[in-house]
Design a binder for this molecule. Structure first.
Ligand code: BES
Ligand code: ZN
Ligand code: ZN
Length: 469
């Protein structure tokens, strides 16, 4: 979908159809007909008046979510017609919410459909009084951001047969080539030589070689140094602690953290941000087989800590443990170190399907990232660490155990496990994002389609845009 700004009064702008976002029908031209049709200005309410060539969409209030949901509903209706171009008036709406709602809402994934819908080359013209450089910049940025989210969704939705660690590494190389990023891909020989035994063990039973991906963007005027680390489990069968059949379905989603990091890296140079950003992904497949790692094994992570494995399905934290160590050894003077992972079912139970769990030791930083997430249109909330839960991951046989001794607070105990792999100097700089809920949902809602959502991308780009201020 092409989106343009047009400096013209909406009435004088030619188009096939007009999209009208309304929060009250009182002053609307077609009030009577809308009333007759039972239209109410609520989320996702949409009505097409073909004769009048108008699409009316409801909007509950003026926040990002309401506008983006309305734009998405309008665009979906427009996409279902054969009209080529639509117009919409910006008026008092947020351009960012409008553009992102429209681009994210019109996303479709039909790679595995035998009959592919032809892309219709539709266009949306947004009418404004004056095209200021600020508006133009917002439009360009919102398009870059939406493309990064949609690209992340494409990766997440791709099947494990088509998207295994080697493929993920190739996608990373493509992203690096496009944006002139530096790209290092390491295989299992490297993991072995560099004592990344935790990550290596998780991928041992897979026919696909594990890959450690490291992209970096180093602009000359960099003001801060940020490291983003993603869990890239291209499939999580649970390993020998095998998942029950119903829980295994959708586990292609377990690469979402890594995909989000790649999505963010694909946008970073295009946004021209004066921030050094490193994107590190542990791409691994967790499978069963004679060579599989086992409950009862003790693994030594890159920082020398020993880990008792009691459940091979708690594999993400093992991969991340080594990736966190790698990042802190390779990159010095880090300002922020964030990790993204579909880490625990417990997080979904705790905060719901659309919300990211935010953990770490720095209260102000957590507050800041949650605020940025909400501004960017993602839901996030802080989950607190405490001394009691920290004790529950102690092990009788090794330094630490990969599962807690309590069944409660599983998202937090997973976060506390990761804390063991953060060096003292980075303790306050680290934030862990558990995106198990929002990363993949089997029901479309608002501008989120069925499947991968691209969780983590918008909130992080918002954070990166704001730290230069
Ligand atoms: N990838 C899963 C977590 C997950 C569950 C993500 C549901 C998205 C939706 C993770 O590797 C896992 O299996 N975690 C276990 C940990 C447990 C064994 C301590 C879980 O959450 O049950
Ligand atoms: Zn698992
Ligand atoms: Zn997993």
């Amino acid at each position: 979908m092409k989106i343009n700004l047009i400096e013209k009064n909406i009435k004088k702008t030619k188009s096939d159809i007009e999209i009208i976002i309304v929060s009250s029908i009182e002053k609307v031209e077609d009030k009577n007909i809308l009333e007759t049709l039972g239209f109410e200005p609520k989320d996702e309410a949409v009505i097409l008046l073909p004769e009048a060539r108008k699409i009316y969409v409801g909007c509950e209030n003026s926040d990002y979510d309401s506008i983006a949901i309305a734009a998405s509903a309008g665009i979906k209706k427009f996409n279902s017609t054969k009209f080529k171009n639509a117009k919409i008036s910006l008026e008092k709406l947020s351009l960012k919410a409008l553009v992102e709602g429209a681009s994210l809402g019109s996303y479709t994934f039909n790679k595995y459909k035998s009959k592919k819908e032809k892309s219709k080359k539709q266009e949306l013209n947004i009418c404004v009084d004056k095209i200021t450089s600020k508006l133009q910049k917002t439009l360009n940025e919102s398009i870059v951001i939406s493309n990064a989210v949609n690209r992340t969704r494409d990766m997440v939705n791709t099947t494990p047969e088509d998207f295994y660690p080697g493929v993920m590494a190739n996608v990373a190389k493509d992203i690096a080539d496009e944006s002139n990023l530096h790209c290092k891909i390491r295989g299992e020989e490297y993991l072995e030589k560099n004592d990344m035994n935790a990550m290596l063990s998780v991928g041992r039973a897979s026919v696909h070689e594990s890959k450690l991906i490291h992209l970096s963007y180093k602009p000359k005027n960099a003001k801060k140094k940020v490291v983003l680390i993603g869990k890239g489990l291209t499939y999580d069968s649970g390993g020998l602690s095998l998942k029950p059949a119903d829980f295994m379905v959708t586990m292609k989603l377990d690469k979402s953290g890594g995909c989000a990091v790649l999505g963010i890296m694909s946008a970073i140079a295009k946004l021209n941000l004066p921030v050094e950003v490193h994107g590190i992904v542990g791409a691994v497949e967790n499978m069963i087989g004679g060579d599989a790692y086992k409950p009862d094994d003790v693994l030594t992570a890159k920082n020398g800590k020993t880990i008792e494995v009691r459940n091979t399905d708690a594999e993400g934290r093992l991969v991340l443990a080594d990736c966190l160590c790698y990042a802190q050894e390779e990159i010095k003077n880090i300002d922020y170190i964030f990790d993204y992972a579909t880490l625990t079912g417990a997080c979904v139970v705790g905060v719901g399907q659309y919300t990211t769990g935010v953990m770490g030791n720095n209260t102000n930083l957590k507050r800041e990232v949650v605020a940025n997430a909400l501004d960017a249109g993602e839901y996030a909330t802080s989950l607190p660490f405490n001394r009691f839960l920290r004790k529950t991951i102690k092990s009788e046989v090794a330094d630490i155990c990969n599962v807690a001794s309590t069944r409660y607070g599983g998202a937090i105990t997973a976060g506390l496990f990761l804390e063991n792999f953060i060096s003292e100097e980075n303790k306050e700089k680290w934030v862990h994002f558990d995106i198990a809920g929002p990363a993949y949902v089997e029901k479309a809602w608002g501008y989120n389609p069925y499947g991968g959502s691209g969780a983590g991308v918008r909130m992080t780009l918002e954070f990166l845009k704001n730290i230069q201020k």
